[in-house]
Design a protein around this ligand. Structure first.
Ligand code: HSE
Length: 380
């Protein structure tokens, strides 16, 4: 075990509880702490003796204590928890720093890391994976994509017997909630965004949500497991209309006209392997889809990813894509995977090369033009 001369990367079957430190007491952190303290599934039950929560790092200790986290667990010094007597570091601070440094430090020390941080994994995945491979520390990030809905392990393990040729889908709960509220309930953009924030779906700074950057981060993480490459995050095209990226240019009028035409507007993240030369193409693009299609029927905070795999055909995964309790379920499942000795999110996949994606242009044969003048590709 880490801290006892061995490594939790080497085997499962530990006989004493794994000492868990949670970094971050925000929307997801609070739920993970509650899940561990309450024993929200049989594997987490206190009598299972699987985990011991040894500390929770929070920026605002008073607020964290008021949220129900026992005061004796709280600290404002996350680096001390990482360096201290812990086996598993659960990073839920979000953002780039200090999260990246703390994750790297934990992996370097041979400690398992579980994170929901798509921002860090999308930008620093190659170096963090290299450290984890070197020290054999498990590095798991299922919660980084689709919130509580399992997708990454499906790509790295369950689809390991086939080759993924393309994937596309709705991977941001905040924007899907906004688009649904505006289209179905006539809620204004600002109110719909405020509701997504109040529901715990949006990032602390929702710019990345609404401008498509969060979806691009998730596309990098998905591509690592679906296509076996680390895409350069800076090379992911997030299409913009004039100066309006992501869904920021979508108006109530556009949504109403789309609805009259039997269409729904969705923010889609897509990647595919180009048949001609094998190069990956990727993009995040606000798209019109048939309202009656599965993507058109994916509403609110729900996400949906559709995968095309050779010989297998199309399959799809749909479920809650954001929110504290849902996302915590994926974090807790990763903790149980660490406990079982399941290794890292990439499973048995080989180390991944770096690649810069070509810009994926919409396959659309037609375009929907809303009253705002914004032109949306139409996809089936
Ligand atoms: N802000 C993200 C979303 C959280 O809305 O999808 C889940 O990654």
């Amino acid at each position: 075990m880490a801290g006892q001369g061995g490594s939790i990367g080497d085997s499962g079957g530990a006989t004493r509880p794994l000492r868990v430190a949670v970094l971050g007491a925000g929307t997801v952190g609070r739920e993970v702490v509650a899940g561990l303290l309450e024993g929200r599934s049989p594997g987490l039950a206190p009598e299972s003796g699987a985990f011991e929560l040894v500390g929770v790092a929070a920026r605002d200790l008073v607020r964290a204590a008021a949220s129900g986290i026992p005061a004796h667990l709280l600290t404002d010094a996350p680096a001390h928890l990482v360096a201290g007597a812990t086996d598993v570091v659960v990073e839920l601070m979000g953002g780039e720093e200090p999260a990246r440094t703390l994750i790297a430090a934990a992996l370097t020390a041979g400690k398992a890391v579980v994170t929901a941080n798509k921002y860090v994994v999308a930008r620093h995945g190659p170096e963090l994976e290299a450290i984890a491979r070197l020290t054999r520390a498990p590095f798991r990030y299922e919660a980084a994509v689709m919130g509580g809905t399992p997708i990454l392990r499906l790509l790295s393990e369950d689809l390991a017997g086939t080759t993924v040729s393309s994937l596309r889908g709705i991977v941001n709960g905040t924007t899907n909630h906004i688009l649904t509220e505006m289209a179905a309930n006539g809620v204004g953009y600002a109110d719909a965004l405020a509701d997504a924030q109040a529901s715990g779906y949006a990032e602390a700074d929702p710019t990345g949500d609404v401008e498509g950057g969060d979806a691009a981060d998730k596309l990098v993480v998905l591509a690592r497991l679906a296509f076996g490459v680390w895409l350069d995050r800076a090379g992911i095209a997030v299409h913009r209309r004039g100066d309006r990226p992501g869904i920021t240019g979508v108006t109530a009028g556009d949504l109403a006209r789309a609805n009259r035409d039997g269409l729904a507007i969705r923010l889609l993240a897509s990647a595919r392997r180009r048949a001609s030369d094998g190069r990956l193409e990727a993009a995040v693009l606000t798209t019109a889809v048939p309202e009656a299609s599965a993507l058109g029927q994916t509403n609110g905070v729900r996400n949906r990813i559709e995968i095309e795999a050779e010989r297998l055909g199309r399959l799809a995964v749909e479920g809650p894509g954001a929110g504290g309790a849902a996302t915590a379920a994926a974090v807790l499942a990763d903790l149980l995977a660490v406990r079982r000795g399941d290794g890292s999110t990439w499973g048995d996949l080989p180390a991944a090369a770096l690649e810069t994606a070509a810009s994926l242009l919409p396959k659309a044969r037609s375009f929907f033009v809303g009253p705002s003048g914004v032109k949306y590709p139409v996809e089936d």
